[in-house]
Design a protein around this ligand. Structure first.
Ligand SMILES: Nc1nc2c(ncn2[C@@H]2O[C@H](COP(=O)(O)OP(=O)(O)O)[C@@H](O)[C@H]2O)c(=O)[nH]1
Ligand SMILES: [Mg+2]
Length: 390
């Protein structure tokens, strides 16, 4: 009986198990659900992870590309910088070489000029010795010549014209007139009987490429004349005017003689011709009117007397200069001076030179023209010619 009961219990249990929810099954089912969700989530997570990885890779790839681009850009910049530096260095080298070539050319030019000057000096010396009998020692050396050029601020693009003569003859006034300046102009050379100086004055022309030099002369020469000429550095001039008034002095002759030796054009100029002419006219007028009781002081000069006075003045001046030179040629035993005796003597006055140069009259007084136009023309023409041929 007991066995029936227990079998019944078992069947009951089994049946009730069918009709009643079985907790274990639910758990298992639930577990299965979870498992699926988990798998799903895992799959999603995986895929998200993959996408993230993919994004990460892409970002890294982009970064790499950006880095590469940056490197390339830097590389390009570096090459550009290098190329620029190379070009700059090449340009600087070309400039340096050009400068060096220029310097070498200038040095060569200077050497050639110096050699030419030396050769010219030798030629002059030899010629001087044979033609004029001047001992070589009397000629300035190249160093002395260069020192003189420095002293007088010599410029190759200017003509240098010396006005030499004894004090008071009118050198400074003449220089002012040649420069077209009145004596009272602020740049004019000082004039007047008290204006004596031992030093050579330098006066650039305001218009022409000429520098005028006021060379005060010694009255008598205590040294050989070439020493005086060399000491004054007269050998560097393109032209020398020898200005005198009443007396043609030994210094004037010395200058003339040495100009010839150095082949420098020289001009014998008698200044203050207006004053001298006036004196001659006055004397002649006085002689004419000596018996004339009612002589009029303000009366105009008789034109015939003026013409006669001019002729007399011109002739007597030429004659006395020629005589002086002939005498000097004899006493100095210098035949070249006899040739110089034939030289023209230019008669001038400062007001007329001023009028020729500027085309203006200094003041309203009547001007007596002599050789001013000729002097200005000859002077500039000869100096220019000489410079062009040297
Ligand atoms: N009437 C006249 N006077 C002159 C002439 N030249 C110069 N003088 C005067 O002569 C004096 C001396 O002239 P200056 O030029 O100082 O002579 P320097 O010593 O040789 O420079 C001055 O009072 C000038 O005014 C000229 O041609 N005619
Ligand atoms: Mg003077």
């Amino acid at each position: 009986m007991g066995g029936v009961v227990s079998a019944g219990k078992k069947i009951f249990k089994a049946i009730s198990g069918i009709f009643r929810p079985n907790p274990t099954m639910a758990v298992i089912e639930h577990h299965h659900d979870n498992q699926a969700q988990l798998s799903e989530a895992l799959l999603q997570a995986n895929s998200t992870q993959q996408r993230a990885n993919e994004a990460q890779r892409k970002a890294e790839e982009d970064q790499r590309k950006a880095d590469e681009a940056q490197l390339r850009a830097e590389e390009n910049q570096r090459s550009a910088d290098e190329a620029r530096l190379r070009i700059e260095a090449q340009a600087m080298e070309i400039v340096r070489q050009a400068k060096e070539s220029q310097l070498q050319a200038e040095n060569a030019q200077r050497r050639a000029e110096a050699t030419l000057r030396d050769a010219e000096e030798v030629r002059r010396k030899v010629e001087a010795e044979y033609t004029f009998g001047i001992p070589l020692a009397e000629l300035p050396t190249r160093e002395e010549r260069e020192e003189t050029e420095r002293r007088y601020h010599y410029r190759r693009d200017r003509l240098h014209i010396a006005i030499a003569g004894f004090t008071g003859t009118g050198k400074s006034s003449l220089i002012n007139a040649f420069r077209g300046l009145k004596d009272i102009h602020k740049d004019a050379a000082a004039t007047g009987h008290n204006e004596t100086t031992k030093y050579v004055g330098r006066y650039p022309d305001p218009k022409l490429p000429v520098v005028w030099f006021d060379v005060p002369g010694a009255g008598t020469l205590n040294t050989p004349d070439w020493k005086y000429f060399n000491a004054q550095g007269l050998y560097i001039f393109d032209a020398v005017l020898i200005v005198f008034n009443q007396r043609f002095t030994a210094t004037d002759i010395a200058i003339l003689r040495n100009c010839k030796r150095y082949e420098i054009p020289s001009y014998i100029v008698r200044s203050q011709s207006d004053l001298t002419l006036q004196k001659i006219v006055k004397k002649k007028e006085e002689a004419k009117h000596c018996d004339d009781e009612d002589e009029d002081e303000d009366e105009e000069d008789d034109p015939r007397i003026v013409t006669e006075a001019r002729r007399e003045y011109k002739e007597s001046t030429s004659e006395s200069v020629a005589k002086n030179l002939k005498d000097a040629a004899e006493s100095l035993k210098d035949a070249t001076l006899a040739d110089v005796a034939q030289k023209k003597v230019y008669l001038v006055s400062n007001d007329t030179v001023y009028a020729v140069v500027t085309g203006k009259k200094k003041n309203s007084k009547k001007l007596a023209f002599f050789d001013e136009k000729e002097l200005v023309g000859d002077l500039l023409h000869d100096a220019n010619e000489r410079r062009l041929s040297n």
